[in-house]
Ligand binder design. Structure first.
Ligand SMILES: C[S@@+](CC[C@H](N)C(=O)[O-])C[C@H]1O[C@@H](n2cnc3c(N)ncnc32)[C@H](O)[C@@H]1O
Length: 284
């Protein structure tokens, strides 16, 4: 990220969620009308004006993955809440809108948004400009994962580290150095039993076909051009071993074929997600 500026990729990802509301068939994978409002009142016009690019295969694949990972996460969160988890920590929240369309009663689920200070400041401005008043059960904590520990950030607020929590970390691990990723795994892995982490990661070349590797290299070059290069990648099996060594008791690798079956196989618009990015769920 460029010093002093919000994450460009946070804005780009929110635009993908907004485009899903406008361009893709019903039923939506993620119902997220606020994604449009947070980017400004002209967002739908901007999407329509850029239609040809928005409908290119790589951008359809990117937005399919972006909405699917949020939907998968919110489905897993609902299960955790049903099992009594009352804290949701959104790591690297960007313009995630869950907190403002939270379907659970205010006293049942407290939401903590953790993000880089520059992005969090920008988000608060976007919320205000869109006329969205954050509910009382949402807490904001600025943390730069590469300079501060998540533990320090959580300790500075109302988070109760004696109770289990559900963590999401979407669209972030690949932008951080390996040390910062492992440190954060370790902190979440040290949370009370039945805490859970859902995150996505860029798959290592060692488990990709040559054409998939070429696809990853293309996207990697694009994001690097925006000043947010991909720094950390994982092979799924090795990642599971790593998580088990850092305090988690169980991991679930959610493969592209599994998410395709759940979310895309029966769609009428042929939407399907990029397979270079994949999901992992780990439980303490
Ligand atoms: C691609 S965006 C994803 C945002 C959001 N999770 C979503 O799905 O829309 C990446 C996020 O990672 C955050 N991020 C990047 N580097 C960070 C760092 N060193 N510390 C904290 N957050 C960081 C950015 O501020 C941004 O919100």
């Amino acid at each position: 990220m460029e010093a002093g500026k919000h994450s460009y990729m946070a804005e780009a990802t929110a635009l993908l969620r907004a485009a899903h509301q406008v361009l893709d068939a019903d039923p939506k994978i993620l119902q997220d009308p606020l994604a449009l409002s947070l980017l400004g009142s002209d967002t739908e016009d901007r999407i329509q004006a850029d239609l040809e690019r928005m409908q290119r295969e790589h951008l359809r694949g990117a937005r399919a993955f972006a909405v699917m990972r949020s939907r998968f996460t919110e489905d897993a969160l609902a299960e955790a809440v049903a099992n009594g988890v009352g804290q949701y920590v959104i790591l690297g929240a960007g313009l995630d809108t869950f907190a403002y369309r939270n379907p659970f009663p205010e006293d049942e689920l407290t939401v903590f948004e953790i993000d880089h200070p520059d992005t969090q400041r920008w988000k608060l401005g976007q919320l205000e400009a869109a006329g969205v008043t954050p509910p009382a059960n949402v807490h904001y904590t600025p943390v730069d994962f590469e300079k501060q520990s998540l533990a320090e950030g959580l300790a500075s607020g109302d988070f109760d580290s004696a109770k289990p929590a559900f963590f999401s970390w979407l669209g972030v691990t690949y932008y951080l150095n390996m040390e910062a990723v492992l440190e954060t795994f370790k902190i979440v892995g040290g949370m009370p039993s039945s805490s859970q982490l859902v995150f996505d990661f860029v798959v290592d070349d060692s488990v990709l076909t040559e054409s998939e590797q070429a696809g990853v290299a293309r996207v990697s070059n694009v994001v690097k051009g925006y000043g947010e290069p991909w720094l950390s990648r994982f092979a799924p099996n090795a990642l599971q071993e790593t998580l088990l060594g850092l305090g988690f008791s169980a991991t679930r690798y959610v493969s592209a074929s599994e998410t395709h079956e759940i979310y895309f196989a029966s769609r009428s618009d042929g939407l399907f997600a990029h397979s270079a990015l994949q999901l992992m769920s780990a439980t303490v």
